[in-house]
Design a protein around this ligand. Sequence first.
Ligand SMILES: [Zn+2]
Length: 299
Amino acid sequence: MKIDELRNLQPQVFERFESILAQNKLNHAYLFTGNFASFDMAQTIAKSRFCQDKKGVWPCGECRACRLIAEEDFSDVIVVRPQNQIIKTERVRELLKNFSQSGVEGNEQVFIICEAEKMHINAANSLLKVIEEPQSEVYIFLLTSDENLILPTIKSRTQVFHFPKNESDLSSMLENAGMLKDQASLLAAFSQTLEEAESLQSSQFFFDLVGLSQRFVELCLSRNDMAFLQVAKLTSLLDDKKKQDQAFRILEILFYQQIQTALGRTCLDGLFHARKMWQANVSFQNALEYMVLQSIERG
Ligand SMILES: [Zn+2]
């Protein structure tokens, strides 16, 4: 993809990276969510580390390094994709070992991990451990279409960039359409598409669910046993898997807002595991009760 095309597709992300690169302040780990040119962005940044003929901070796209990176044939820029729906720990460990401490072309190495939600937790930890070493020149881009599937503890160690939509623009748009600021920003965070936001903004069910979820989060964060009762109330509103999925997504947004507190983080991780249980066919009620038990009573 040409630099100008990338700029047009993701103007805000583009500008931020332009400034990050100009100040030489690239972080070691990014999570790119959404599939709207996120791979192109990661690859372009990777090129900018190795390009021999940069235009400002951006790569030329034509030199040997740029071409090899585009062909995924450059030894210090590794693109990892799932095989049979999984990125195995052994594969990542092997790559890290072969990469060793210094790159072939220079001192820097870049990993681009596609469908990072399919990476085994141990693989993710092995990767993230590398960047925590003081001399590390390793840069990692984790790409996912759904950040809800990335473990919160992994997410918290990366800088997250969104690619599918502009949340603040969406939020302002919903506010302009008459929604309260808090509701607009929650719906903007929740919606994966513009169409979803538009259909939910007048949904009584959705805002009933938000209300019950907010109360549930309050109860959890004050370690109140009434949280169990609130699980029952939530469950009674959710008569199918789609609605239950919406509840999980709302709860994740709400708990994520509390990530600066230890209990908030515990609840968020607990919620993640509850969702996994639910995906493995444990009932919504049992999964959430288990989360409350683990997070509140013992957490
Ligand atoms: Zn180049």
